[in-house]
Design a protein around this ligand. Structure first.
Ligand code: DX5
Ligand code: ZN
Length: 214
């Protein structure tokens, strides 16, 4: 099974977003990773449901929507309606994570939980059966182009053990490069988010293949 690549449009040309989404679709990106930031949970402000809705007709690939907003729960339905397939909330953003995850699934979407680098994997333990995806942040969320935080390789391996045989995707986000990727696959990752590593040159297909180790 090859690892899934979710190019992050945070590193795309925002003036040509529809075109960029079509380009990463054609280049073989598995999911489109969409970083939603609120200038409060993270020190940056990006895109919201109206932009996601506008992008929806540009690809049939799943939209992997990463909510870096607090609180997230009141806005989950907006992102479901806008065309998200995976909706990932942060463990640090709401008190009632179990309820948020139930809400996401009740809207017919796949439920994800993301952990900041300093958040221990133990927060996952009692919600594992409500999860379709776990997103390990390997940078402090807020910006593209940051350096990978090494300690997260071990966290990925620990989460892999927690998951057991459940059908949960284990995705890593932040500073992932073709050099780091093989170690993460070995630790048990099944998907990578990649912003800079995909958009750094116009050869998106080549950059995506390199992350898969091809
Ligand atoms: C960071 C975002 C990431 C970011 C990754 O807060 O969640 O998805 O776009 O970008 P790179 O791959 O450049 O670290
Ligand atoms: Zn992200």
């Amino acid at each position: 099974m090859t690892v899934k690549i979710a190019p992050s449009i945070l590193s795309a040309d925002f003036a040509r977003l529809g075109e960029e989404v079509r380009a990463i679709d054609q280049a073989g990106g598995d999911w489109i990773h969409i970083d939603v930031m609120d200038g409060h949970f993270v020190p940056n402000l990006t895109i919201g449901p109206a932009v996601i809705k506008a992008l929806r007709p540009h690809t049939a690939r799943p939209f992997d929507v990463h909510l870096m907003i607090a609180p997230a729960q009141p806005y989950i339905e907006d992102y479901a309606k806008a065309g998200a397939d995976y909706i990932t909330v942060h463990a640090e953003a709401d008190l009632h994570i179990d309820r948020s995850l139930q809400l996401i699934r009740s809207l017919g979407k796949k439920a994800g939980l993301s952990l900041n680098p300093a958040t221990p994997e133990s927060v996952l333990e009692y919600v594992l059966d409500r999860l379709d995806l776990i997103l390990v942040m390997s940078v402090n969320p807020g910006f593209g182009g940051q350096s990978f935080i090494e300690s997260q390789v071990e966290k990925v391996a620990r989460i892999r053990k927690l998951i057991g045989d459940r059908p949960i995707e284990l995705e890593v986000d932040g500073g992932v490069t073709a050099e780091i990727a093989p170690r993460l696959i070995k630790a048990g990752a099944t998907a990578f988010v990649a912003g800079s590593a995909v958009f750094k040159t116009p050869d998106y297909a080549g950059n995506i293949a390199a992350l898969r180790g091809l």
